[in-house]
Design a protein. Sequence first.
Length: 346
Amino acid sequence: MKHLIAVFLLLFSFSFCSSNNDAEDERNKLITTWFLAQNNTSIANEYSKVFYMNSSFISVKNYDLYFTQATTENVTSSTNKKFIIIHGWQSSDRNVNSIPNAQSLKTRLVETIWSDLFATDFLTGIIAKGYDVYFYTYLTSDNISSNATRFKSQLETLFGSQTNNVVIYAHSMGGLVTRGALYEFSSTPSSILRILTAGTPYHGSPWANSQFQDTSGVLGDLATFFTSSNGGKDLAYDNYDNTLSGASNSYLTTMNSKSGRDNLIYAYYGSLDSSASNYAGSDSTLTPACSSLGSTFANSDCIVPVRSAIGTNLIFGKTLSLGGYHHTDINLRNSTIRGTILTDIP
């Protein structure tokens, strides 16, 4: 009903000048914009889903039996601790314009976003430590604050009955969504035991700022294209240290004024110099981005400066360098990194 009222008001506001072509055009633009906004919100709401992975799924990829949408019943029926895995920004999300079905979200998680993870023994290690495994997905092109609200709702509904029993692993933007959700609660949620983030841009990344993109050649043009969505813009460097002239990020500035719950966060980061001469990985595709960031933003993981990934001026429970690896590597792509993070899971 409230949607119909909004449409009526839009129409009514121009009804007295409908004979004016300019007014007619403006009315049509407003109505189109309103419907697009409503549709985008509906799509983003449907992307916000938690899936439970039965341990049998590791060996038998039966989505219907072993990779199912999480419910309060399957959370509370097990006394195991809960491990939630959250992805970072997905460049393809900027082109999403339709509501997904459950199967498409499952394959998005298993066969696209986390395909490399399923080829390792990390999940087996998590299960061996007494955890049930869950995956959270969301539409990364939507703004971070809305996604944080959605994730908070999922945490509250599904895991609200848990006590010091939930550990979250989040890569990149996923860490911002998680920290945003953490501060959406009226007080520190008793369910969350620890939050592990890898390469999360707590102060943003210059790659999402026009001031940096405009001076970074082809890589800057690519970054402009990929970060043009609301979610991409929310990744912009907040310029807390006045390093990037004209840059700002009001969302991160507001979020970074909050405190009192960050002791739950363990922040991991990659640390490469501007020439990536200390690169320790096996896929150097991303290392030219370190050169573009230059000495001004070194050290970094070629996407996120270390000063951003450690949340300078925020008081985390722990910050730890994962060594000379880039932004993709540190997302559980390296056995040493997986071992380090596994050790910090209580």
